[in-house]
Design a protein around this ligand. Structure first.
Ligand code: FDP
Length: 278
């Protein structure tokens, strides 16, 4: 497993440089979800593919930018699923973006996830690795990731990050979000899942929601590359992640690109969501 974390560290330095200096234009291609790909989406996907292909412990890679899983070493232990450049619609306005990694054994259900990691490319590059606990690292001037601290959520936070087009929310969801703001929570939403969840994790808690909407009946965010890895991070940090009713990590996608409504937060906020969605 350490080999995979080391590969993530070295590829994130390459991605940081690509983000800083390479072409930010769109390609003519779309990915499996129908998003038009940026040249950078394709580039970051290839950089990660190249790095993970060097590892004998990786059986298969599954990328948000690839239609199908790619087999590497038949008898190896781990499947690595990744979103190479999450929040790519923020690249042109120079906001923070990220890469997300889920490390699975045997299959790609929530219960098969054994570790997760994500990288935030902001003014600084930060890496979070979740195994039994959640550790924050920061890239220094020597291109080394230095351990900063363990991340632990409070039972209640102050931030609210409500995703999805508001006019497409269900009335009960709108009511819940209005009530949360009435209780004094502050809006924090950049439109990038990685920096938005990173902020909630580092500020001690709150709620990030991307519900089922009338335009996205099964939510927007992808289980295998985005939702399961962050569900693992939140649970190991002392919070919770649900689809409204169920623990996200009990879900089984029928396809690698399946999406799900999702709510990530500290315990109090998730309790509140459960009451509304039960
Ligand atoms: P993006 O489309 O820019 O790739 O992964 C999808 C994602 O970004 C998440 O990073 C983000 O949280 C979400 O979509 C934002 O969606 P909305 O614009 O619908 O809120």
């Amino acid at each position: 497993m350490q080999e995979i974390f080391d590969a993530i560290k070295s590829v994130s330095i390459k991605i940081k440089n690509a983000l800083a200096y390479e072409d930010t234009n769109y390609t003519e291609q779309t990915n499996s979800t129908g998003d038009t790909q940026l040249a950078l989406d394709v580039r970051c996907d290839l950089l990660i593919q190249e790095e993970l292909s060097k590892l004998s412990c990786v059986k298969q890679i599954i990328s948000e930018e690839k239609e199908k899983p790619m087999d590497l070493n038949e008898n190896a232990r781990f499947i690595v699923a990744y979103d190479p450049l999450d929040g790519s619609s923020l690249v042109d306005v120079n906001l923070s973006v990220g890469s997300i990694f889920g490390i699975y054994e045997n299959g790609i259900c929530g219960r098969d996830l054994v570790a997760s990691a994500y990288v935030v490319y902001g003014p600084r590059v930060e890496l979070v690795i979740a195994t039994d606990d959640v550790k924050l690292y920061r890239l220094n001037s020597k291109n080394e990731f230095k351990f900063i601290k363990n991340i632990k959520l409070n039972t209640k936070g102050k931030h609210n990050a409500p995703g999805g087009t508001q006019k497409c929310w269900e009335p009960k969801h709108k009511q819940m979000i209005d009530d949360i703001f009435k209780d004094g929570y502050r809006l924090r939403y950049s439109g990038g899942m990685v920096p938005d969840l990173h902020q909630i994790l580092l500020k001690g808690g709150g709620l990030f929601s991307y519900p089922a909407t009338s335009d996205n009946k099964k939510g927007k965010l992808r289980l295998v590359f985005e939702v399961f890895p962050f569900a693992h991070v939140f649970k190991k940090a002392g919070g919770e992640a649900i689809d409204g009713k169920n623990d996200i990590l009990t879900l089984s996608p029928s396809h690698p690109h399946d999406t799900s409504p999702c709510f990530f937060g500290s315990l109090k906020e998730i309790e509140r969501v459960k009451k509304v969605y039960e």
